[in-house]
Each structure stands twice: as C-alpha cells, then as structure tokens.
Ligand binder design. Sequence first.
Ligand SMILES: C[S@@+](CC[C@H](N)C(=O)[O-])C[C@H]1O[C@@H](n2cnc3c(N)ncnc32)[C@H](O)[C@@H]1O
Length: 254
Amino acid sequence: MDTIVTTVQRASEDLEKKAKTIADKLKGTYLERSRLKGISSCEAPVLVVAKEGINLHYNDEKFFFHPSMAMLRIKRIMKGEKDIFNTICGDIRGYSVLDCTMGFGSDSLVFSYLVEELGCVTALEINTLIYTVISDGLKNSYPKWDEINATKMNIRTYNLDYHSYLDSCTEKSHDIVYFDPMFDEPLTESVHLDPIRALAQKDQLTVEVIDRAKMVASKFVIVKNRVDYDFNKLGIYETFSKSSSKIKYGIVRL
Ligand SMILES: C[S@@+](CC[C@H](N)C(=O)[O-])C[C@H]1O[C@@H](n2cnc3c(N)ncnc32)[C@H](O)[C@@H]1O
C-alpha cells in the first residue's frame, strides 16, 4: 500500500521539503496537508512531518518516537541502580553493540548510554515506516531530555534486515549482538508495542541466525523473549530473568 506523506497544518517550507524528500525515498505520495481530509479515515499509512518529529498514523494507531522507556532506565542508572544489560554483561563502557531489532529504539538508547562516547551502537530495523519514524526521532534534539541528547550521538541506524547485515559483518566485529524479536504470543502488558504490531516483522529467531551472531560478536549474544520461551532450541543454555518478571534473557558468553 502506498504511503502518504504530509506535514502538520501551517507547516514551514523546510518541513514541506522534508516531507517531499521522505515521500521520494519511500516511493510514496506527498500531499499538501490542506488536500488531505481526515487522516484517521485513510486506509494507507500516513506519515505527518512536524517540527518535533514524524508521526505515523496507521490502523487506528498513532506511532511516534518517545524515549520515555529509555529515560526511565537511564535515570535509574544515573541514581546508581544496575540496568539489566550491566547485570548480564558487567561494565560495557567502550563496547560496540549491534542491536538487530531497533523497534522504538529504547534498548539502543540504553546501550548507547552504557557504552559511553568511546563505544557505539548500530541499530537495524527491517520495517521502513518504523525505521523512518524512529531514526528521525533519534536524530532530533530534545530540550527536556539532556541525557538522551548526549547519549544518542553514538547510534547509527540502518533500514536493513539483520540476516543480510549479519552476513555482511566480519568475524568479531561487534562486542555484543542483541535481539529483541516480536514475541510469538504477545504479553498482554506490552501495550507500548501496540502501535507497531501491525507493521513489525514477526519472524522468529533460528539456530542459524544465532550461530552467525556468535561469529559476529566477540563477547556476548543476548536474546530477549518471554519467560516461558524455549531458549534451548536456539542452542542457548544460560538465561537470566528478574524475579517475577515475564521477560527472560538468553545469554551466550564468547
Ligand atoms: C519488539 S521490537 C524491538 C523493540 C526494541 N528492542 C525497543 O527497545 O524498542 C522488534 C522490532 O524488530 C524488528 N525486526 C524483526 N525482524 C527483523 C529483521 N529480520 N531485521 C531487522 N529488524 C527486524 C521489527 O520490525 C520490530 O520493529
């Protein structure tokens, strides 16, 4: 389905230019906002370019970049609490991380905060619309979120499939390779994922992908999934879960 790209009402010339560039890139249709009647009645996905970022309207859902989940975790780390990634990997300052499933970019932001300026994060997202919204959000600057502004400078994003990206990587080119796929059966409390559920790629991890990730990573491969997920079928035998959490992490130490 063709994507429609427009702007907010009374947009500046710069915003209109940005919307046209995005429409060209996505091979979608640019429509002046005054010509678009009722965004919510459109069947096609509609990207609305605003000064604050890009909003995606699709399937009765509105989707935009918001670093709130990452901010909560980063604020806890600043208070001296241990993030789950530190519990699993220890001190990761200076590490290079490959986040194979960017989604909202929250895990990428937390990794980026933890690896600090000497480290870097490469984030991959296969869905072009999710990628467009989140990669733009990660580029913008937010007056209220100084910690996010400073940290996201070391994140590079690519609209790519992790299968082909992992195949193109040399051995041990990243310290950590991380996967957070869409769960086979969604958790009812994961409402934050609702806006991307219709768009997100849902294929499940395979032993072949994990074996390839083990070659690309030099220190850890980490997989996030439900607490009842069978990690053994991927050849992963170490797991970690916080008590009473519905989430578990599969860990391969290299
Ligand atoms: C559960 S979300 C990830 C959430 C993310 N960890 C966060 O913190 O916001 C999974 C994302 O991975 C993407 N994805 C699934 N398969 C992929 C693939 N083969 N290559 C790249 N991205 C993929 C989906 O489209 C979806 O946006």
